[in-house]
Design a protein around this ligand. Structure first.
Ligand code: GAR
Length: 210
């Protein structure tokens, strides 16, 4: 199994989905490290409950993005990490960090990229007139939210959606999509999509992503 580190800044519900998927013996990844830039977040409790080591690296303790990324790099190297999953990790990474992990780092973003890149994608969707949105798993490059798309899931946007209702529907799709995308990515092959547990969720895998 590949040794995966999950980088978080908050609740860690996508971390939880990856932990649960990785418990299956034939899943190609093991979550061996959780790294948070914020102390006290719920994702750290999820890691502890799953007996996965976690490290907090508060970004405010470092004078620059480069120094913060170097601190992360040293923890990742010490832990023999093969692959990184960003899961609600809300820091922009330096080009030297993204270069070091090129082809070995995924991110999940709550929109159908390339639409609604960047900060508060769900707020951007709510302020727009789109009627379909979703979530994307993509490889990470130095340009924010612009790597190759590995897999996407679609979510309807209702006219009376609140932030909570739309976020809930997007999270439900993300929790199936991220384990699916990581598995497909690590195997370097297209794999059958997960059972359609959610009505209205459409998954597609980008076969050209590798
Ligand atoms: C997820 O919805 C993820 O797509 C989003 O943060 C949430 C984290 O939730 N990521 C971004 O907006 C990245 N720009 P979680 O902590 O419960 O997994």
């Amino acid at each position: 199994k590949k040794r995966v580190a999950v980088l978080i800044s908050g609740s860690g519900s996508n971390l939880q989905a990856l932990i649960e998927a990785s418990r299956s013996p034939d899943y190609p990844a093991e979550i061996v490290l959780v790294l948070s830039n914020r102390p006290g977040v719920f994702g750290l409790e999820r890691a502890a409950a799953a007996e996965i080591p976690s490290v907090v690296i508060p970004h405010g303790d470092y004078p620059s993005r480069a120094a913060f990324d170097a601190a992360m790099q040293s923890v990742l190297t010490q832990n023999d990490i093969d692959c990184i999953c960003l899961a609600g990790f809300m820091r922009i990474l330096t080009p030297s960090f993204t270069k070091a992990w090129e082809g070995r780092m995924l991110n999940i973003h709550p929109s159908l990229l390339p639409a609604f890149k960047g900060y508060d994608a769900i707020g951007q969707v709510l302020a727009s007139s789109v009627s379909v949105t979703g979530a994307s798993v993509h490889t990470v490059t130095s340009e924010v939210d612009a790597g190759d798309i590995v897999a996407q899931g679609a979510v309807r946007r209702d006219p009376d959606d609140t932030r909570e209702s739309l976020t809930g529907r997007i999270h439900a799709v993300e929790h199936l999509l991220y384990p699916y995308a990581l598995r497909s990515f690590l195997r370097g092959e297209a794999s059958p999509p997960p059972a359609p547990a959610l009505s209205g969720a459409v998954f597609s895998l980008n076969h050209r992503s590798r």
